[in-house]
Design a protein around this ligand. Structure first.
Ligand code: SF4
Ligand code: SF4
Length: 92
């Protein structure tokens, strides 16, 4: 976990994402059963953290996610949830 935190801080020092994911106590996750692979969230994600293809559920890469919440705003199917960082919800 410490390694993960240090790597995120280093990314910030390099001038990439402005928001500090370490201090944000939640994570974003796509519900595979609700995702309709419409591609909106992927286009909206400025961190390039979402991947997927037509016909399959999209996935958020937590290592790249800067937790801006834009994807959740764009998903009209409400497939993206904001979860507590260490919630019981299984990770993607
Ligand atoms: S916007 Fe919602 S439905 Fe569309 S690909 Fe993303 S998670 Fe799936
Ligand atoms: S919260 Fe922001 S950075 Fe994270 S996946 Fe959604 S749009 Fe991308």
């Amino acid at each position: 976990m410490l390694k993960d935190i240090l790597s995120r801080l280093k990314k910030n020092a390099d001038g990439k994402p402005k928001r500090n994911p370490v201090t944000v106590p939640y994570r974003y996750q796509i519900n595979a059963e609700e995702c309709r692979s419409c591609d909106k969230c992927k286009k909206a994600c400025k961190a390039g953290a979402i991947s997927g293809e037509r016909g399959k559920a999209y996935v958020i890469n937590e290592q790249k996610c800067i937790k801006c919440g834009d994807c959740m705003k764009w998903c009209k199917y409400r497939a993206i949830k904001r979860l507590a960082m260490y919630s019981e919800e299984p990770k993607q």
